[in-house]
Design a protein around this ligand. Sequence first.
Ligand code: T5A
Ligand code: NA
Length: 211
Amino acid sequence: EDHQHRRKRGFFIVVEGLDRAGKSTQVERLAQHLNAKPIKFPERTTAIGQMINSYLAQTSELDDQAIHLLFSANRWECVAAIHKTLDAGESIVCDRYAFSGIAYSVSKGLSYDWCRHPDIGLPLPDLTLFLDLDAQTAAARGGYGEERYEKLEFQAKVREAFSRVAQDVKAHGGRWVTIDAGKTLDQVTDDIQRAVQRATSSIDRVGIKLG
Ligand code: T5A
Ligand code: NA
């Protein structure tokens, strides 16, 4: 508690995972629990976000590199607002971030280093919660199959790519906690709250950037 009073900057918590892992549901619950601001990427309401949306809905085609850069630009156009919120002492719970950007593009065959480059300099999350779910279980959940990347073999590749991202984040001093997203909604919520409690009671570094 003392620690949280001394710390002025809000916590930046990211929730990652495959399509249908339960991110949006859990982001909403965690933001409410922490009295934090929920945000998400892609942020589909901006001009860039609308281009991303039509690509995901398969109503437009884009070169793999071009869509990768649009996803990154969509984060950069929101970064001032993120800093402002955190600096004001409000925490953020973010549904997907640069780690999705890397994992999905690498799974299409783009090089890992090329993919991580455009996001260098974005704020490093204080904590990333990776909702881990096998691709079959994810596919069995509601609404799967309507958007571009919602295909079983592709999601299996994305899961592999996320494990490389996890290693990389940890090697750069980031906190990455894997949560079993195959449990019930309420169990996952409990596991997330416990992980957040553990992490936020010991976080002291602020303002670190993705490198
Ligand atoms: N992308 C994204 C990139 O390629 N590059 C990038 O840089 C970024 C940021 C859109 C796509 O964009 C790609 C990745 C994505 O393919 P999105 O809008 O976040 O990303 O879309 P999805 O991840 O597909 O969001 P979903 O809504 O499909 O999945 P969620 O948010 O993980 O899951 P949620 O909470 O909506 O739940 C899905 C269903 O599962 C049930 C829910 O009730 C719901 O029906 N469910 C559970 N059922 C049983 N047990 C549980 N524990 C459950 N948890 C949820
Ligand atoms: Na979602």
